[in-house]
Write a protein of this length. Structure first.
Length: 365
């Protein structure tokens, strides 16, 4: 790359650094971090463990954003210095070009971060996959999607905890629920809410006919204990039973699995993959709180839509993405238009182009 081209890219990137300072509200974040650090230094900070963990997590997220911004500013300075020296030593041109490329990638990530301004976007997510039409094929598709999301989360360095895996009849899964802990996990994974359609040659059909299969994906935020949710324990029926899923000898030989039924709404939540009944009960209540919160949010949105005199489509329950394995190979998102022929990579967890593509489309709307 010629020096004039590097200079042009650096000027563009430097302007983006200035923009990032504004849209990331760096000064506000520094002030907020200073206040949180003062809290963590208090002698009684860990007396309330739940609050302490929430404050520590918030501080860590703020610190990470500030450090990323400072790294971007440092890269811009490094690139400018290398570019000045490149007039005397051509080797510095390569160094400048590398710094500009790294800076551009970092700025892309920071801009994506700015899209997630919802109350829970920065937090953890509870993701559930359920089979739709297609019988045994749908159960197999459910397991494929479950594996895809586990690989995606692990590749991003997020923690995955299995809350509920219900084996299918012979193959696949009849349900999969996982908790994904990571920065912006909920914000990012909101792109996956909806119906996922698979087209392929059926592995269970002796005549090798083409089969169309569906599975639904639900993504909920993990609701912090300090957020009010209308949940009266007296309204919840708690049933325990023997786990049918994997999890070790202790799980499979004791009544450790828990089923919660919220009587007023009919919402049922199960959890069976922790080793104790108490752990399963805590995890199930966590999912139930998230479901009840989402239910209230949907009611509020419906009321707003009625006042506006308009009806807005809910993404859940509508087909959002096709995965075609036969007669050709293609994964295509029907909202953003993002597509690729590398189906194996996508099913192996390479979802970022689709996740980011969806959010670009969403912001553009």
């Amino acid at each position: 790359m010629e020096l004039k081209d590097i200079q042009k890219e650096l000027e563009s990137a430097s302007a983006r650094v200035g923009d990032a300072f504004s849209f990331l509200h760096i000064e506000d974040k520094r002030a907020e971090l200073e206040a949180l650090d003062a809290q963590t230094a208090a002698p009684d900070f860990w007396n309330d463990a739940a609050n302490a963990q929430a404050v520590s997590k918030k501080a860590a997220n703020l610190r990470a954003t500030i450090e990323d911004f400072e790294r971007a500013r440092g890269l811009a300075d490094d690139a400018a210095t290398a570019l000045e020296l490149a007039g005397d030593d051509a080797a510095f041109a390569d160094e400048a070009a590398a710094a500009v490329a790294e800076l551009s990638a970092l700025l892309d990530a920071l801009e994506i971060e700015s899209w997630f301004s919802g109350e829970f976007d920065e937090g953890d997510a509870i993701l559930t996959v359920n089979p739709g039409q297609g019988g045994l094929e749908a159960q197999d598709w459910t397991e494929m999607l479950y594996q895809m999301y586990v690989h995606y989360a692990e590749d991003k360095g997020w923690k995955v905890t299995v809350l509920d895996l219900v084996p299918g009849e012979g193959i696949g899964l009849d349900k999969a629920t996982i908790q994904i802990e990571g920065r912006y996990a909920y914000g990012m994974l909101r792109s996956e809410i909806g119906i996922h359609r698979l087209v392929r040659i059926s592995p269970t059909d002796a005549k090798k006919r083409r089969q169309t299969t569906f599975a639904s994906v639900e993504v909920l935020p993990v609701i912090a204990d300090d957020i009010e949710v209308d949940l009266n324990p007296a309204d919840v029926r708690v049933d325990v039973y023997r786990s049918s899923g994997p999890g070790g000898q202790c799980v499979n030989t004791t009544d450790s699995a828990v089923r919660l039924t919220h009587e007023p709404t009919g919402i049922v939540v199960t959890c069976q993959n922790e080793k104790s009944q108490l752990q399963n009960k805590e995890a199930a209540f966590r999912v139930l709180r998230a479901k009840l919160y989402e239910l209230e949010e949907r009611k509020r949105q419906a009321e707003l839509d009625e006042l506006r005199g308009e009806r807005m489509d809910n993404s859940f329950g509508s087909q959002i993405r096709n995965y075609v394995l036969f007669p050709y190979q293609l994964v295509k998102d029907l909202r953003s238009g993002e597509e690729t022929g590398n189906v194996d990579a996508v099913l192996g967890g390479a979802l970022d182009p689709f996740v980011i593509g969806y959010h670009k489309w969403r912001v553009a709307q």
